[in-house]
Design a binder for this molecule. Structure first.
Ligand SMILES: [Zn+2]
Ligand SMILES: [Zn+2]
Length: 287
């Protein structure tokens, strides 16, 4: 039990943790060792705990790294990490009853603030492929899974502290559609430059940028307040009717606000809901 308590302490102490990569690898090694020990003893409950620790640690690291990405203006990288966090937290919620009130590992905090960050991103449109799976494999036993031939492992369940998933090996893509609420948020649609034919990132990151500048560490608690700014059409003379509407709807300007008296843009403002963490040391000073 000792080793588990030590790892638990590291996970609880996320605010003070050294962010160096070498230290992280050591923690992952300690957790795998605990898992191997549990599996050797046939202790599924402890193997499950080790998986929960491993996943919690991964979420914390992604959350810290996403904040670094924001500070470095690498917005797409941060966005992808928030999508990963969302998906890991939903796996974790299935196998781990965490204490919502005391939130010792900051899981509730990260879930809430990941949503806040995502709401500030300008991405509104995603691709979603409709696929026909031709071949998939069980991540636990490696068996090829077919409709009538099933190995008995349930995707989403834990076996010896490993999460079962069906790895897709071969697919037919039937069609690709554009959606606003994708299953996977990583498939962002980038507009194509009509001159070069290449995609370009012309998204407006003002909101997420200003929030990232105001926060000192990933652990400052905050909320968003929304307001609506009204802009005259004369401010957008450079925007053609075929371009994306400045309101951020991802519809063409001509089909959207051009027909309205003005352009209304929703802006999020950060409201700090607690004292800054670490007595005012900025995130980059901690690194
Ligand atoms: Zn299997
Ligand atoms: Zn509009």
């Amino acid at each position: 039990m000792d080793g588990f308590n030590r790892v638990d302490e590291i996970l609880r102490d996320v605010l003070a943790r050294s962010l160096a990569k070498a230290n992280r690898d050591q923690v992952y090694r300690n957790i795998s060792e605990l898992k191997r020990g549990a599996v050797a003893r046939g202790d599924q409950e402890m193997a499950r705990r080790a998986w929960c620790f491993e996943t919690t640690f991964a979420v914390q690291n992604l959350y810290i790294d996403a904040f670094s990405d924001l500070k470095n203006a690498d917005y797409q990288a941060a966005w992808n990490k928030y999508a990963q966090i969302e998906s890991l937290l939903s796996s974790l919620a299935r196998h781990f009853r965490w204490d919502i009130l005391s939130d010792p590992h900051k899981l509730g905090f990260m879930r809430q603030h990941t949503k806040h960050f995502q709401a500030l991103f300008p991405y509104r449109l995603f691709t979603s492929p409709a696929i026909l799976v031709l071949e998939k494999r069980c991540s636990i036993c490696g068996a090829h899974v077919r409709l009538r031939k099933w190995c008995g492992h349930e995707p989403g369940e834990l076996y010896n502290g490993e999460l079962c998933s069906h790895e897709v090996l071969k697919v037919d893509i039937l069609e690709v559609s554009f959606v606003t609420k994708p299953v996977w948020k990583g498939n962002i649609v980038f507009p194509v430059d009509p001159d070069t034919g290449e995609t370009r990132d012309s998204y407006d990151y003002t909101q997420v940028k200003s929030v990232a500048e105001e926060l000192w560490t990933p652990w400052d608690p905050w909320n968003i307040e929304w307001s609506t700014e009204v802009h005259a059409h004369s401010e957008f003379t450079g925007v053609s009717v075929q371009d994306f509407c400045p309101c951020g709807s991802m519809r063409a300007y001509g089909d959207c606000c051009r027909n309205k008296p003005s352009v209304e843009i929703r802006r999020g403002h950060i409201v700090l809901t607690g004292p800054p963490t670490r007595g005012g040391a900025k995130f980059h000073d901690i690194e």
